[in-house]
Design a binder for this molecule. Structure first.
Ligand code: IPE
Ligand code: IPE
Ligand code: MG
Length: 258
């Protein structure tokens, strides 16, 4: 099923964000504050993931997308990278059955070709096991980069249309993006105080509402999510239109009298 593109049509602005995308940042700083090694922060971060999956389901969010490892995170010290790979495997192994019984569909986006074979296998098993679930779609972005996504989509599209050059539209490209199975995010959250995208969902965030918090990912909780959603609710999502146009759509009678 194709979802509405925010640049091609006007999506519905819902009270509860249908899709929340989060950059889970600040694990290392959380660990340092507690005089622990960085990897202890990553371990704690997995607990926040568990909390957020439950919290999103309870609030009626249908898609939760989490940035777990960027295409640039390979630049980190080797021990940290290999710890993270091990943590992905062990977390997936221990959580899969619970996710499945709670109706969660797991998806992993990113270039899996650089991952250890065991990790790729667990990901594939998890995606297969949960493929028919529909309560919440949990997407983990791993070795993901927004630029990588656009380039892989373009390569995919052009390989299907040999000889056709220079005449592609947004609608041609969109189905080849890694998250074509999901609507565009309504709410983007970044913990840890930085105000940047760090090569996350470049294409898909075109009209997403942004929310930045200084809270570190291991300390992000239900109340913090509610604060983000409250902030989202106060936004006027104009998608290029004027406030007056929106007011006329929302309360046509009131504007007729004016
Ligand atoms: C985010 O926390 C987790 C990953 C990028 C894997 P960081 O590890 O970036 O934590 P800080 O930014 O150093 O505090
Ligand atoms: C972004 O965090 C990537 C993830 C959370 C997975 P980083 O900590 O890697 O981002 P930068 O380097 O500070 O931009
Ligand atoms: Mg960071």
């Amino acid at each position: 099923m194709a979802f509405i593109s925010s640049t091609r049509a006007i999506p519905e602005a819902l009270q509860v964000p249908r899709h929340v995308a989060i950059i889970m940042d600040g694990n290392g700083r959380w660990a340092r504050r507690h005089f622990l090694p960085r990897v202890a922060g990553h371990k704690r971060g997995v607990e926040t993931v568990r909390t957020m999956v439950k919290a999103c389901m309870a609030r009626g969010v249908e898609y939760l997308t989490l940035f777990a490892f960027s295409s640039e995170n390979w630049r980190r010290p080797e021990e940290e990278v290999s710890f993270l790979m091990g943590l992905f495997v062990s977390s997936l192994e221990s959580e899969l059955n619970k996710l499945n019984s709670n109706g969660v569909r797991l998806k992993v986006i990113g270039d899996l070709s650089r991952f250890p074979p065991r990790l790729v296998e667990v990901i594939r098993q998890g995606e297969e096991l949960t493929a028919k679930n529909s309560r919440l779609t949990l997407t983990i972005a791993a070795n993901y980069g927004g630029r990588w996504d656009i380039v892989q989509a373009l390569n995919h599209l052009s390989s299907q249309n040999p000889g056709k050059a220079g005449a592609y539209s947004e609608d041609d490209l969109a189905p080849h993006l890694a998250m074509a199975y999901a609507p565009e995010p309504d709410l983007f959250v970044r913990t840890g105080g930085e105000q940047r995208i760090s090569n996350f969902l470049l294409w898909q965030l075109a009209y997403t509402e942004f929310y930045f918090t200084d809270q570190l990912w291991p300390e992000f909780d239900d109340a913090a999510l509610d604060a983000a959603i409250d902030s989202y609710r106060c936004r006027e999502r104009r998608f290029g239109r004027t406030s007056e146009q929106l007011a006329a759509i929302l309360a046509p009678a009131a504007t007729d009298d004016a």
